[in-house]
Structures are given as C-alpha cells and as structure tokens.
Design a protein around this ligand. Structure first.
Ligand SMILES: Cc1ncc(COP(=O)(O)O)c(C=O)c1O
Length: 326
C-alpha cells in the first residue's frame, strides 16, 4: 500500500498540546502515530507494522471487512433511533440474549461502557431504594461523575455510599472475596446505608486480572442478593468472548447477574454498548423512568454489533481465544 506523506511526530505532539486538554494521556515514551490497521496488525506513518497485543476493542480484528461492509451498507440506507419501529435493535437484542442465561430477558442500548454502568447504577438505586454500592479497590467503571466515584483506579475519592472491598489480589486471594463482600454488607448496615448493588468487572481487569478459581464470585453474589441488593456484572472488558471459554465473564462463575453491562468490543471500534437485565428489574425501573438515548440503538451501530457477533461465531473466535490463551 502506498503511504501518504504524514506530519512528523513532534509536529503532531505540539499541535496536540496546543489543542487538546492536558487531561489526555498518550501510550509509550515515544508515542505511536498509527495510520492504518488490518486484523492483528497496526501500521505507523512509515509503514512499520506492530502486532496489536494490547488493544481491547477490535475483538474480531482491526477493520474487519465483514463489519466494515455491514456498517457502511447500513449508513447508506438509514441511520435513525429507537423511537421508530425497526428490526435491527430487536435482532441484536435477540442475539445478545441468546448468549445469556434465560433470566436475562431485556436489553437497553447505549453508546459507551460508561453510559451502560451509569444506567445500571440508576436502575439499581431506583429498584432497591438503596444508595450503597460495593466495588473493588482498584476498579474502573467509567467516566461519569457517579462512576468516577466508583473507579478508585483513576485516583479519585470514592463517592457517597460507595464501599471498596479488597480486590482478589489482597490477603486471602480470590477465595476470600465473598467473605470481604459479606463483611462490607455488615459495615453498610452499621453505617445505616442501604445496599443497592455489587458492581464488579468479572475479570477484574484493572485490579490485576483474576480469572481463577472459577466460581469465586458466587459467594459474593449470594451475600448481595440475600441482602436485597443487585449484582451488576461489568462485562465491558471480559465480554464478547475475550476469555475464550464463554461469551461473558460471569458465566465462568456460575452466577446469574441482575444486570449486565457491555461495550468496548461490541462494535469492534464503533461506539455501541448495552445493558441487559432481568425483565422484572427493568419493569420496576420503567414504572418510574423512561429512557431515551439519541444514538443508543441507532441503525448503524446495531448493524456493526450484529456483524461482530456473526464474525465471532463464523470464525470460531471463542475457541481461538481459548486455544491461544492456553
Ligand atoms: C471494566 C470497564 N468498565 C467500564 C468502562 C468504561 O467504558 P467506556 O470507556 O466505553 O465508557 C471501562 C473502560 O475502560 C472498563 O474497563
């Protein structure tokens, strides 16, 4: 492929410093200027190839032609929102729910993992009447004001009603996780805080990645549900088959969440995300609140997400992740 002339990196750095907020961060001491990608390879402005062993979004490979074609075709045909009758969001909801336990029966579409978690928090508050949330010591759940208070990995203080339990890295390891959650619920009771939910990334990606032993989350979920709280499985990192053996991280623990949030790989780079939940939970939420998200569930995003699911199946990517992981 012929490469266009590109500005040199120092010019881009200077321009970036002038134009973008200093809150942004770059990867690497010598930041990369990537100009194209295909499959597992990314290419810089000089045509040098980099094996993408990091990127947690393009789950079916960069610029996968099937996904690109599907979203281009839909963009040429119609792109609109969920206030019109359309089949794509229904097809997508059916396909997503088919990968989950039968108890999870409804889907709400959003655009980012943060929006999904923010909505899950709102649902949990509305449905339980509680305001107490349990998260882990080094978790990250998103960028909204509420989620910043539930994302200690980002360095800020915990929000009101937010309790952090030791991550599975702490003393006792994953096996002690349920005990920590049980103790935390007791602490909340003593403090007069009503439990709304346990919110965990089911692979604990920012806590350090804890996959084993399989099932270590089950005790924690049992404590939470027995205390009247909901279990929110944040699948933004582990979802869409990235763990290999199952489509969702919670499935490795033999638990059924009340709410599942997803995003990142869902559109292979296109911003599309969702919340799946038990219908009885969403019925209670819907009595009090309506939800509309301008771009959540738009036709093009749905086409992209459907194509991703299709590729995961047709290229047997779970099996591939499993084999490569082993
Ligand atoms: C576990 C987890 N939850 C939620 C989010 C937020 O997703 P987004 O950046 O799409 O808002 C992230 C992003 O890194 C994440 O890792």
């Amino acid at each position: 492929m012929t490469t266009q002339p590109h500005a040199d990196r120092s010019a881009i750095l200077a321009r970036r410093a002038r134009l973008l907020s200093p809150t942004y961060r770059l990867f690497y001491e010598r930041p990369l200027h990537l100009v194209r990608a295909a499959g597992v390879w990314m290419y810089d402005e000089q045509g040098r190839a980099y094996l993408d062993a990091y990127n947690n979004v393009p789950v079916v490979g960069h610029c996968h032609p099937y996904v690109v074609d599907a979203l281009t075709r839909q963009a040429r045909t119609l792109n609109t929102h969920t206030r019109y009758l359309a089949e794509q969001p229904l097809e997508l909801a059916e396909e997503l729910l088919a990968t989950m336990p039968a108890e999870l029966g409804n889907v709400i579409f959003t655009c980012t993992g943060s929006e999904s978690n923010d909505l899950a928090v709102r649902i949990a508050k509305a449905v339980t009447g509680g305001s107490g949330f349990i998260i882990t010591d080094f978790s990250y759940h998103g960028v909204t004001d509420v989620l910043a208070g539930m994302s200690p990995e980002d360095g800020g203080p915990l929000g009101p009603g937010v309790y952090a339990v030791p991550s599975p890295a702490a003393a006792g390891g994953p096996a002690a996780f349920g005990e920590h959650v049980g103790e935390c619920i007791e602490r909340m009771r003593t403090d007069g805080v009503r439990l709304a939910a346990l919110l965990v990334d089911t692979i604990f990606s920012s806590d350090g990645v804890y996959a084993d032993p399989r099932g270590f989350l089950a005790d924690a979920v049992r404590h939470v549900q027995a205390a009247g709280g909901l279990f929110i499985a944040d699948e933004v990192q582990p979802g869409f088959g990235r763990l290999g053996e199952s489509m969702w991280g919670f499935q490795r623990h033999g638990v059924v969440p009340d709410i599942v949030t997803m995003g990142k790989p869902m559109g292979n780079g296109h911003p599309v995300a969702a919340v799946a939940a038990r219908p009885e939970v969403l019925e209670r939420f819907a009595k009090r609140r309506h939800y509309f998200n301008t771009y959540g569930g738009n036709s093009v995003s749905c086409a992209a997400a459907l194509a991703v699911l299709q590729v995961i199946r047709s290229e047997a990517l779970l099996e591939n992740a499993q084999r490569s992981g082993e």
